[in-house]
Design a protein around this ligand. Sequence first.
Ligand code: GLC
Ligand code: CA
Length: 566
Amino acid sequence: MPNHEIIAAARPNAEWWRTAVIYQIYPRSFADGNGDGIGDLPGVTSRLESLADLGIDAIWFSPFFKSPQKDAGYDISDYKQIDPLFGTNEDLEELLAKAKSLGIRIIVDIVPNHTSDQHAWFQAALAAAPGSAERDMYMFREGKGENGELPPNNWQSIFGGPAWSRVTTADGTPGQWYLHMFDSSQPDLNWENPKVADEFDEVLRFWLRKGVDGFRVDVAHGMVKRAGLPDATIYDENLRERSIEGMTMAEAEEAVPYWGQSGVHDAIRRFRRVLDEFDDRAFCAEASMSPLPRLAMWVRPDEYHQSFNFDYMHCAYEPAALKKIITDSIVEYGKVGASSTWVLSNHDGIRHATRLGIAPENTPRPGDGIHPTDPMPDEALGLRRARAATAFMLGLPGSSYLYQGEELGLPEAWQLEGKYRQDPTYARTNGERVGRDGCRVPLPWEADATASNGFNTTGESWLPQPANYRVFARNLQTGVPGSTLELYKRLLKERKAFGLGAGEFRWAEEYQDKNTLAYINNGVLVICNFGPDAVVLPAGELLVSTQHDVELTREIEHDQTVWIKL
Ligand code: GLC
Ligand code: CA
């Protein structure tokens, strides 16, 4: 790429979601209003000012709908009800009204790939006969083998073990099998059945009428399966999926017949038509698709507005790799008129303050968590790098997703004992994969206020906070120069002031050497030093630094990012 080439033009008056900083709330773990140890909506409402103060534009809520909570709410038994665990309709009304008054938009999570096995549709399907309309809402099939004793194909659940479970009929004999790409309590819906699409149109309208500003769509890459449900062809000896790298799109669709099928786009367009019945709403896909040109198909003008950028999240902390993925993201999304998104942490992965302190060769696979026998992360280095990585991300054009607690620099709670672990992955693999609970531990608000550091007033906590969470409590960071919280606030403030979300972007090779990466967005120079040796701080007004001694030394040290107004 030649010097000075502008790869994103400024976009004045961009729609809000193109530039928004969206904060993910994992309701179980944000704040607990009634003290039962599980976060809830009144808890969120009571803490909303702190998010306004942080400077975010919108909140995305992981599901708070009616659910047996087998997969922490991603197993929904009624899409139009709030689970009593999280509160009531009135609690939500109150939350929405307060968010509105603070200028914060609200995005909710929609889970169309599967329901809970307790959903009325699935209960009716179990009670009905094979071949019935009720069973056709889901993916029921006869088993293979002489007496149907073998699963219909070789697909494996993402949480471990087979993706099929066999039902028992009323007379006690084994019956058909049903597909569940996740836990056996999460049967996959049949999106070839128009009745399923009809039902979801109404679910979307229901929440849009309540005034939510948009949806995050769960497992958007999985809704439609390949016709005939053929075997997957790319498992390794442990029946874990191998990479589709280097395959054409057609080959990838064949190799992984349950993800990324082209048939899904009709379902997406239908979703989008419903969303467009309402003004100014946003649609974000959790589409685990790679590489970027393939993912860009999910965000064509009549499909989703945006999609999570998992290639960026999983990218090595290394200048050349990051430069490539950032350029590709802006260019590939740009080709279809979409803006890029950026993300470093969420409720399914290891918090980046810890992940970046793990050597690349020791990094667990996504969704696996840190196992007690894994090498210990370097937490000081991880936090330093996390601050540098976040500052580098928040200067980029496009929207950024933050995960609750990262603004505190919160590490992964990788020490959690097995007895506390609730992620279905843990049980389904007999603890071989510890799963995702380590990033889901409740937040510390006030150090020592209670045993849960102010998560509630009782000290109860559905997952116990490790001892080191105390020092990350919000009250110990508020107003404290150099704290991670104040760093985030400063970044978000300057990002807004300079319009970086929709700015004119180019790489600044004139400020780079082999260990640094630099870009200019709307006249703000952002440099990260990935190497061991300090580099000279360029001239200009220093806006932000991830290490606060930079003014004195006039040097950017290792794993440090600075923003400079040229
Ligand atoms: C998505 C969610 C994850 C959940 C899975 C099944 O990947 O982010 O938390 O377990 O879907 O719904
Ligand atoms: Ca509660």
